[in-house]
Design a protein around this ligand. Structure first.
Ligand code: HEM
Length: 221
């Protein structure tokens, strides 16, 4: 084989492989209704609550992975979202929001899988890390803008802090750096394929959460 043959960078591979599911997530009825301004702030708060369970799993697992040869380079505290989600939830639900917060079954399964990867399969954790954080840095900004307009949150203020990365001055540059980390991930081709498969699974989990949220907040049209 020609050693100079160009190889598709892993960051491209994972993006292309999840493209179809990305479109499905974006156009799921819950997301469409939310983005279309057709749901109340209670639906947005319930969604934010689900994210809290997922990010808690992602970030509780992060500390132990800091020095891991595969997942370690991805652990960057400026990405952490748990504190921001807690602030948003306190704003929307009141200081005692945790007493009523509950994961939907799909959220529980999603968070359990993230925790399992964090514990026993760092490369799988990378798949979950990519699916959430790179998405938040990208489409998250569109969601923030819509949430501010629909429910009247202060620009980049309480309620939408989850979407504001105070520690990342230049998201486009950060995403370029992140893609370089993906391209250099310490994994062979077979393991990279497994990461791609886990990324697809991560999108499936998100789709299942949206379906359950959609069932809880049907449009009464
Ligand atoms: C209404 C909902 C959504 C909108 C409007 C949206 C929009 C976007 C946009 C505009 C990009 C940037 C594409 C680019 O830089 O070329 C993006 C990237 C991304 N989104 Fe979303 N998105 C949404 C939901 C989601 C969900 C639910 C997930 C998964 C949990 C997700 C995961 C990602 C990922 C991983 C990327 C990075 C792709 C890459 O460059 O490798 N998005 N999204």
């Amino acid at each position: 084989m020609d050693a100079t043959a160009t190889v598709t960078p892993f960051s491209t591979l994972i993006r292309v492989a999840s493209h179809e599911q990305h479109t499905e997530a974006e156009t799921s009825s819950f997301m469409s209704d939310l983005m279309g301004g057709q749901l109340g702030v209670d639906a947005y708060a319930r969604y934010t609550e689900q994210l809290w369970f997922v990010y808690r799993a992602l970030e509780e697992g992060a500390e132990a992975l800091r020095d891991d040869p595969v997942a370690g380079p991805f652990i960057q505290p400026e990405l952490f979202r748990t504190a921001e989600l807690e602030r948003d939830l306190a704003h929307m639900r009141g200081a005692d929001w945790q007493t009523t917060a509950s994961p939907l079954p799909a959220t529980e399964a999603y968070a359990a899988r993230v925790a399992e990867c964090a514990r026993s399969w760092p490369a799988g954790y990378v798949a979950h890390h990519y699916t959430r954080y790179l998405g938040d840095l990208s489409g998250g900004q569109i969601i923030r803008d819509r949430a501010e307009k629909t429910w009247g949150f202060a620009r980049k203020g309480d309620g939408v802090r989850f979407y504001v990365f105070e520690g990342i001055a230049n998201p486009a540059a950060f995403k370029r750096g992140y893609r370089e980390l993906l391209d250099a991930v310490n994994a062979d081709d077979l393991e990279k394929q497994r990461i791609v498969d886990e990324c697809k699974r991560a999108f499936d989990f998100n789709g299942a959460v949206f379906r359950e949220l959609g069932a809880e907040f049907p449009l009464s049209a």
